[in-house]
Every structure is written in C-alpha cells, then in structure tokens.
Design a protein around this ligand. Sequence first.
Ligand code: FAD
Ligand code: NAP
Length: 532
Amino acid sequence: MAKKRVAIIGAGSSGLCGIKCCLDEGLEPVCFESSNDIGGLWRFKEIPEEGRASIYNSVIINTSKEMMCFSNFPIPDDYPNYMHNSKILDYFRLYAKHFDLLKYIHFKTAVRSVTRRPDFSSTGQWDVVTETDGKQESSVFDAILVCTGHHTNAHMPLDSFPGIRKFKGGYFHSRDYKSPDEFTGKRVIVIGIGNSGGDLAVEISRKAKQVFLSTRRGAWIINRVGDDGYPADVVLTSRYNNIRKQFFTDSMLNQWIENRLNARFNHSHYGLKPKHRFLSQHPTVNDDLPNCIISGKVLVKPNVSEFTETAAIFEDGSKEEDIDFVVFATGYSFSFPFLGNCVRVIENNITLYKYVFPPHLEKPTLAFIGLVQPLGAIMPISELQARWATHVFKGDATLPPISDMTADITMKQVLMEKRYVKSQRHTIQVDYIDYMDELASSLGVKPNVWSLLLTDPKLAWEVIFGPCTPYQYRLQGPGKWNGARKAILTQHDRVLKPLRTRPTDDSKNALVPLWLKMVGLLVLFAALFAHF
Ligand code: FAD
Ligand code: NAP
C-alpha cells in the first residue's frame, strides 16, 4: 500500500520534528518552507521578513537545554544551559543532519491554500496550493501538519493609545527591534512587560539616556538562575514538585512563590507588584531587570493614557517629555490565512482538541503543532504533539466523539479563564508536565512510575525527583528510544559540563538534599496511592 503523504507547513523547530515523526510512523513527509533555510524564529535575520517571526540579535532562550531538547536527541553537553539564538539554530541543524531531514524540505515554497477535497468526508484528503518563484502548483495530501508558529504577526494596539499617531518620535513593535545602537542617548518608552518588554528595556537601557518600562498591570519577575545556580526550570519542573503542589491550594502556592520573589526584591518597592497573583500571568523571566531598576536606568511606569507630539502622559497623571522612541512589546496575534474558513481564530482564541486537532472535521487529518504557550519549552511539546498526530494520521489511534472533544475544549477554556488574567496572550496556556502527560497518555508513552520503581529504582528516582526532561517520554510505548535511560541518568552531567570550566574542590551537587528526598519519598508514596 502507498505511504500516506503528509504536508508539513514550516521548517522551524515544530516542522523539523514533524518530519521526523512522519518518518517514524512510516508516513511520507513533504515539508514546505517559505524561506531558504530551517530554524524558523531561531534563525536571526538583520531585516524582519513579512510572514515570518523576527528576533533581536541578543536573544537568549528562557528555557534550558535539558528541558527544551527533542526527546531522542540531547543537546551537546558543552552547550550552555541557556543558549543564544545562534546556538539554538546550531542544535536544530545538528538534529536535521543527524536524522537526514533536509531532503524532505521544499525551500522557498510558501503554502498559499489548504482546502478539503470534495471527497474529504470519505478520504480526509486535502488540496494544497504552493508557490515557488511566483509559480503555483497544486497537490493532494492525506494529512496536514501546520507548523507555522504563533509569534509572527505583531499585535500593535495603537487604538488603545490616543495621540500615538501624532507622536513625532519613532514607534515600532518589538519584532522590528534588532539592537540597541540607535537608542544611544535617547529617551525610550517600552510598553508591555512580557519577556520581550523586559529584555528590551534592559538592553536598550545600556545605551539610552533613560528607559521607561510601562505596564498596565505589573508582573512578578522570575530568574533564569534557580536555586544552587541550576537552571530554574530544571529545579522546578519535576514530578515530585508536580505531585507536591496538589497538597496546597493555589492561594498557598502563590503566597509561597511571591514571598520568595519578594525576598529577592520587593515588587512593591520596585513598582512592579501586580494586583493578580503569580500563577495568573505568563511568567516574565529576567535576571537583569531589578539591577537596571535599582541603578535608575529603567523606571517602571503605569500604562500610557495619552501621547502628545513629544511626550507621554501616564495613567497616574505623570508626564515624561522629550520622548524619542516608543517600543510596543505588546505581543503577537496568530492566524492561518491559507486555511480559509476551515478554522476560525478570534483574538487568539481557536477551538482545538488538546490544542492540536480541530474537533469538527469528519476525518482527523489536520493537526496544529506548537500552537501552545507553555510554562516550559515549546520544542518537546511540539514533538510529542507531532508524535500523537502522526499516530492518528496513520490510523493507529483515534479521537474521541466530537461531544467529548468539545467538552474537553470547553473545560480547558473555563479553567484558563478562571486562572489567568484576561488578555489575548493567555488563550493557549499549558502547564508543561500536565500537558505532556496528557498527550503522552493519548499516545501510550507516559512513563509508568510504579513499574519503574519495581524494575529500575535508580531510574525511577531520577524520573520522580529529577527534572521532567523530554527523554521520559521515550522510555516506553510507540517510539521508545533505547538511549532514553542513559540520557536521563546523565542529564545532571550535561547541566554542569558547560559551567564547571575551572577545576574546583568537589562539592555536593545534589539538587535536593538527601533528607528532603526521604521526606519527599514518603509524601510521594502517599500521593501515588491517591493519584494513580
Ligand atoms: P517558527 O519558529 O515561527 O517557524 C515557523 C516556520 O514556518 C518559519 O520557518 C516560516 O518561514 C514558516 N512558514 C510560515 N508560514 C508559512 C507558509 N504559509 N508556507 C511555508 N512556510 C511557512 N519558546 C520556548 O520554548 N522557549 C523560549 O525561551 C522562547 N523564547 C522566545 C523568544 C522570542 C523573542 C519569541 C518571539 C518566541 C520565543 N519562544 C520560546 C517561542 C517560539 O515561538 C518557539 O520557541 C519556536 O520557535 C516555535 O517554533 P515553530 O516551528 O512552531 O515556529
Ligand atoms: P507577550 O508575552 O504577549 O506580552 C505582551 C505584553 O504587552 C504584556 O505585558 C501585555 O500586558 C502587554 N500588552 C498587550 N496589549 C497591551 C495594551 N493594549 N496595552 C498595554 N499593554 C499591552 O509578548 P512578548 O513579550 O513579545 O512574548 C512573546 C513570546 O516570546 C512569549 O512566549 C515569551 O515568553 C517569548 N519571549 C521569550 C524571550 C526569551 O526567551 N528571552 C524573549 C522575548 C519573548 P497584559 O499582560 O496586561 O496583557
């Protein structure tokens, strides 16, 4: 029987793992990439390009290497834990080379339309129109993986800022920012306190005369560098912590986290304290911002209520004159114009089962990969989504009835609205372990902690107490990787390798002290009885 052909749209990190998953499932991948290279957002370009994500020269990722790698391809041990964008691209190139993925990619080929064929209800097939060098071509595909990213279209809420159109200085969106040089000696307002706003305020403040960081609701600021100097996500993202948190209310967890963050610097004193609790907002990660605030390089301000030709008036009535530039670090909107009316996106709300499958199609042959905003890294999530989607495409797994999918979608929407402050940046939020486990259960690759405890206690220990690295989802089930056990047991070494660049007297490196582990084990056993 002929292999099913899958069109993969985009060759960023989601598209690359999409190709690999198709190959693993015996499907035929045909990837279309509108640019001339792989890497998507993580390939820095001096000039922003229409229809493609654009990053600034200095971007360093916020998710650490052991937490962001693909599950069967650890990042080289000498790479830094938090990588510069050029290193991330290097890693994607290594991945593509190792699994020989490039030959499946049609570069400089944009997908213009994807439509259901007339016999879709029986075949599930699609007509895909692509364009290369101005020439259009149509082909038939059995399934589609949409891997076009969601940080491409600038959200520029100019109508919320009266007077901005008569402002005589420069204003632009953070996606158009590349480097701080042009701000030397200038007075600059950065609007928005997501990760772009934080990064840009810090970087521009190194050159500018003054930076004002304007935020309509404030933010809790967390560090990349966690306890003992380990990457924060390595310390925090463990099954042990995930189970432990079930013993506390959200309010208790918020209090505990906020106390810790305030112990570093008091968020009220720094003008940052929001009305909402820590867990109600996508985290802003910034180790440098408090330093810039305490040295006066960055002044935190409320929202701008009005611009004049040269000044900004803030909601507290204060006014700053002689403003040269305004940077809108106000986030992104996503859309899928090539899909026509097949899916609807309204203010970043989209109806997808487990953020992957549109529930209303007669056949599950269209899947979105990487369309989530995780508290954690996107890449391993994209990979697990693609493993599940290709498994479904192949026919080895089915989706539940539409009523069950709709109920699940509604439940997730309700929980998200309850937890997060209302904002179009909070429509596709997922918690890393919970969501990965959910996908893994659908695919049959969730690690069986009970059986590990009996058969391989050393591994079980690391799976429970260590960071929940992507390799955990390669220990069993479809796509099992024989290197997963070793990758888990050596992850600690790969974290330390790029740090210990000068020999020192050896010290204890345990992430969690032994006595705490013993207490934890007791708590865990109690929780496991309740949980599984
Ligand atoms: P992209 O990398 O955007 O790739 C999409 C690809 O699709 C592009 O190559 C594009 O050319 C192609 N394409 C688009 N439309 C078409 C079409 N019609 N036809 C053909 N090709 C098309 N995530 C993290 O996990 N950790 C982080 O720390 C982190 N930091 C970030 C920092 C910034 C500044 C931004 C903006 C985002 C960050 N992200 C981070 C999120 C980021 O979106 C993901 O890391 C990741 O790049 C998404 O990969 P992707 O393949 O889904 O999309
Ligand atoms: P974002 O997370 O959506 O943040 C947008 C910010 O703009 C929020 O503070 C938001 O406030 C504010 N905003 C939006 N509309 C506004 C309005 N009308 N008026 C006033 N304020 C408004 O966007 P982002 O910071 O560009 O981040 C996008 C993605 O890239 C995220 O995944 C982020 O983690 C990632 N990123 C990572 C790095 C890194 O790894 N170093 C760097 C940059 C970005 P509200 O909260 O009130 O809506």
